[in-house]
Design a protein around this ligand. Structure first.
Ligand code: HEC
Length: 505
């Protein structure tokens, strides 16, 4: 109990320390005025101020000394600050004593000594305060606005110096510098980062998830172990991701980490390649206005698409594909090897294709793939380990893929953030999700007789909207190919086929 109260007493230091500063300044001001107008302030009043100054200085030094015992502070700065603080306190007592001695009469040497002591004490206050603020604010706080920001990062050669050190410097160094090692940790230099804190290493090279630093950064802000502490400037999600990627790459201090360097801009798609896709009735669309990334949907050409045609059409566009639907195409793992080279691919639909475990293995560690539709493929439970290795994967559809529900569930336990759709539902439900996923129509195969070629639509205007048909969106209804204007219309058509079919020629 006593020690708790002592700690509280110690924490008064930041408040108390302002008292001697103010009082000492006041005392000097009073003495200064009396130089010009003798007797304007009584010696008695000055004496009170002098003793108050001494008492508050002693209190500040004592509380500071108690506070320094608490975890977090250490090093040369603390020591210097401590000695200066104690000296100022002692000097203030000397000032008060000399003042008392000088009161008796005109003992000139005593009065002179008192004045010298007062000036000297004031002089000691400046560096004491400076080192104290260095402790709290970190090295160079005072002159920070004078330094050009990020002067290092522009000329730095290593990925660490350019992309990682500035994060530590901006978010951590007020508490984890050479002069202020909270938790025994400095993030100011290589030795400090490798050396770790009071609890040992803070990074495990190549293993961000085992690194204390990442664990703490990822804790909810309300957790008392979260870093930086609640209410202090927090790094952005992107910055945390950057530190994580740096640790994953082995936390090198020299050289470049390729994955962390800014990506080269994406070249515009080859217009001839796009034209060839359109001729083959494959739907191609820019992901956004002005974007060079593409959404490519083979729905309209599914029945005619094989590994060979897919390779021919997609190879010139590997860098541009962001979303790719190959559902119901006659493709196998050979196409998956091609798909693995699409570095910007985020969403891949290979439902009802010949893709097997080897095809998923070919995607190994694809960095951006977020969504994977594997419904009605030819997988086994072995595919799950390859899925688990996809770092960006957020959602995977596994109905009728051959992966058992148990194993899918295990994957979910392993990667809680991964959404897995693997419920034991009938085909109807599969069709239903197509709507949720806003896929273009994949119904041609569902309605067509097995092996049927998908031909040109029988209609030129959409039966739902009466707008012109886009041949990319087709279904087979009662043996006839029906075209639509957009991907939203086929689901509407299926909701009441009789009604819309009457509009067909
Ligand atoms: C406002 C002060 C403050 C800031 C800013 C701060 N920390 Fe800390 N940090 C502390 C304190 C205090 C401790 C010791 C208490 C504890 O272990 O929680 C600590 C401890 C740690 C530890 C554990 C050291 C060990 O071995 O116990 C790690 C790792 C850490 N901080 C990382 C960071 C990182 C990374 C940042 C910047 C993104 C950061 N901190 C920013 C105050 C801070």
């Amino acid at each position: 109990m006593l020690t708790e109260w002592v700690r509280v007493f110690g924490r008064l230091h930041p408040i108390l320390l302002h008292l001697p500063i103010g009082l000492l300044g006041g005392l000097a001001a009073l003495e200064f005025v009396t130089l010009f107008r003798k007797g304007i302030v009584s010696r008695g009043a000055i004496s009170i101020v002098a003793w108050l100054t001494a008492a508050s200085a002693v209190m500040s030094a004592t509380t500071g000394w108690v506070l320094s015992d608490e975890a977090g502070y250490g090093g040369d700065t603390l020591e210097t600050h401590e000695w200066l603080g104690i000296s100022v306190a002692a000097a203030s007592v000397v000032v008060a004593l000399l003042h008392a001695l000088s009161r008796g009469g005109t003992r000139v040497p005593v009065l002179a000594a008192y004045r010298v002591a007062l000036v000297a004490t004031m002089g000691g206050l400046l560096p004491a305060g400076h080192f104290g603020s260095t402790l709290v604010r970190g090295e160079g706080f005072l002159t920070e606005p004078l330094r050009a920001e990020d002067a290092v990062s522009a000329t730095a050669t290593s990925t660490y110096a350019r992309l990682i050190a500035p994060i530590f410097s901006a978010r951590c160094m007020t508490c984890h510098s050479e002069s202020k090692k909270k938790g025994g940790l400095t993030l100011e230099n290589e030795a400090g980062i490798i050396g770790g804190g009071v609890d040992g290493a803070v990074i495990v090279e190549g293993k961000p998830e085992q690194s204390e630093m990442i664990k703490r950064l990822r804790l909810p802000e309300s957790d008392r172990d979260h870093m930086p502490p609640k209410g202090k400037g927090q790094p952005t999600a992107e910055e945390i991701g950057r530190i994580e990627a740096w640790i994953a790459a082995g936390a090198p201090f020299e050289g470049n980490v390729p994955g962390l360097e800014p990506e080269p801009p994406i070249a515009p798609p080859d217009p001839n390649a796009v034209a060839r896709l359109e001729q083959a009735l494959v739907h191609v669309e820019a992901q956004a206005q002005g974007s060079n990334l593409l959404w490519i949907d083979f729905a309209g050409a599914a029945a005619k698409t094989t590994d060979a045609t897919a390779a021919e059409l997609l190879t010139p566009l590997l860098d541009q594909v962001e979303q790719l639907s190959l559902g119901h195409c006659g493709i196998t793992d050979a196409t998956m090897a091609l798909v693995a080279q699409m570095r910007h691919l985020r969403r891949l639909d290979v439902r009802a294709t010949g893709v097997t475990d080897a095809g998923i293995a070919a995607l190994a560690h694809h960095e951006k793939l977020e969504e994977l539709i594997l419904v009605q493929t030819k997988l086994t439970d072995a595919a799950v380990s390859h899925l688990a290795a996809l770092p960006a994967l957020k959602r995977v559809y596994l109905w009728h893929s051959g992966v058992s529900e148990d194993v899918a569930l295990k994957l979910h336990e392993q990667r809680a953030s991964l959404e897995i759709e693997a419920g034991d539902v009938r085909d109807a439900a599969v069709v239903e999700t197509e709507k949720d996923l806003q896929l273009t129509n994949t119904a041609p195969v569902a309605g067509a007789p097995p092996g049927a070629e998908v031909l040109a639509p029988v209609n030129t205007t959409c039966p739902v909207t009466d707008r012109a048909v886009d041949p990319a969106y087709r279904i087979v209804y009662k043996g006839r190919v029906v075209g639509f204007c957009c991907p939203k219309c086929p689901p509407q058509f299926w909701a009441d086929p009789e009604k819309y079919a009457s509009k067909l020629p």
